[in-house]
Design a protein around this ligand. Structure first.
Ligand code: ARG
Length: 396
């Protein structure tokens, strides 16, 4: 008896994989695994229905808390990749390792996914899976399937595939972001219709403005308007609230790992709000030197997270630096939702590296330091530049 665990969503790719794993790969038993990282309920209904029609043994694993915790690590790293807050990328290692757990408990010999050979997800899944002794199978990539072929095959085999949005776009939704790609959107010139968006309101459907306050402890968002919220709850609530204000839309050309560019559309109202608030608090509490250096650390963190390598030693090392800085990122930030944006309008922290007295126009000295103490520094400032330009004009 050969047994395989399949990453199963109930969508076209994974549904076709169920038949192919039996017919082309000779597996007798297939365990479908759907991992909950905050997809809408309809996706679970679709997965359950498709699994039932297939007689597929389906396991649903709730990984929302674990995923939300990783999203909050990404907030501490101010993490975006080319402007996108990494929802799909962060979810993949969590999904992949949840599937390994089920596969091990079920005594599977192999792990399978329905990713194509063009995208990032195959790499993210396999980075986790190839760390096990199980065989890795990627039917769509190995058999070089196209979406059209899959559609015909599904019809021929009478596979229960729901067309969703008429199969027009490929959508990936979780707690942190909603991604829309494919179809007409593949043409970078095409201006998307408002109807591709589900989480964010268009300009004519938004309430005027609203202010909210987010509380942070050690860099982690913990409260909304003074009320404590668990991570999953907080993200869900902010997706709704910031979404009604149209916050967090990205329309971009994204450089995938393989080098291909892809046109992506994303919605991420909660992520944008939390990332914006977190950065506003860091501005208040971190020194300029820390901020300058952290920008590089953050960018490297985001790069590794985009690659799905959340256990990479580099990421762990970067994490050490980030954690060290976050011990002062405690306080509150008020955000104003306005014109489709989340704008920080107030921040406060017991760790503010800021002295109103020192910066004020109304006081003349800072402790024992007087304004006149700056005179010497002002004389030296720009010294090298002056020398260099004088030499230049002398030798002309
Ligand atoms: N390009 C993005 C990433 O690699 C998201 C892809 C989402 N997939 C989808 N079917 N819409 O992180």
């Amino acid at each position: 008896m050969k047994k395989v665990a399949l990453a199963f969503s109930g969508g076209l790719d994974t549904t076709v994989c169920v038949s192919l794993l039996q017919e082309e790969y000779g597996y007798d038993e297939i365990v479908g695994v759907t991992v909950d990282v905050g997809q809408p309920d309809s996706e679970f209904v679709e997965a359950e229905e498709t699994a039932a029609a297939h007689d597929l043994d389906l396991h649903v694993v709730d990984a929302r808390s674990e995923f939300a915790a990783l999203c909050f690590d990404s907030v501490c790293a101010n993490a975006t990749y080319q402007g996108y807050p990494l929802g799909t990328a962060l979810a993949r290692p969590i999904i992949a390792s949840s599937i390994v757990d089920v596969a091990q408990a079920e005594g599977c010999d192999a792990l399978a996914h329905g990713c194509t050979g063009k995208g990032n997800d195959q790499l993210r899944f396999e980075a986790v899976w190839r760390n096990t002794n199980m065989e890795v199978i990627a039917p769509v990539r190995e058999l070089e399937l196209t979406r059209e072929w899959e559609q015909e095959y599904a019809a021929e085999q009478n596979l229960p595939v729901q067309a969703g949005n008429d199969g027009v776009w490929s959508i990936d939704t979780n707690l942190w972001s909603r991604s829309i790609e494919g179809g007409k959107l593949e043409n970078p010139e095409h201006v998307p219709n408002e109807n591709i968006y589900e989480w964010t309101a268009g300009p004519t459907d938004r309430p005027s403005t609203e202010q909210i306050t987010i509380g942070f402890e050690d860099g982690i968002p913990v409260s909304l308007n003074g009320q404590h919220h668990e991570p999953v709850e907080l993200i869900t609530q902010l997706n709704k609230q910031a979404g009604t204000h149209g916050v967090g839309r990205t329309d971009m050309m994204e450089d995938r790992m393989l080098g291909l560019k892809v046109r992506e559309n994303y919605e991420h109202p909660g992520a944008t709000t939390l990332l914006t608030a977190h950065e506003a608090l860091e501005q208040l509490v971190l020194t300029k030197d820390e901020r300058d250096f952290k920008r590089h650390v953050d960018a490297e963190w985001a790069q590794k997270a985009y690659e799905g390598l959340i256990n990479h030693p580099l990421l762990t090392a970067l994490e050490g630096f980030i954690q060290e800085t976050q011990s002062r990122v405690t306080g509150n930030v008020t955000i104003k939702f306005e014109g489709g944006r989340a704008r920080p309008v107030s921040r406060e922290s017991p760790y503010a590296a800021y002295s109103a007295d020192a910066a004020s126009f109304n006081t003349s000295s800072v402790g024992s330091i007087t304004q006149q103490d700056a005179t010497g520094i002002a004389k030296y400032h720009g010294f090298q530049g002056r020398l260099a330009t004088t030499i230049e004009s002398d030798t002309e």
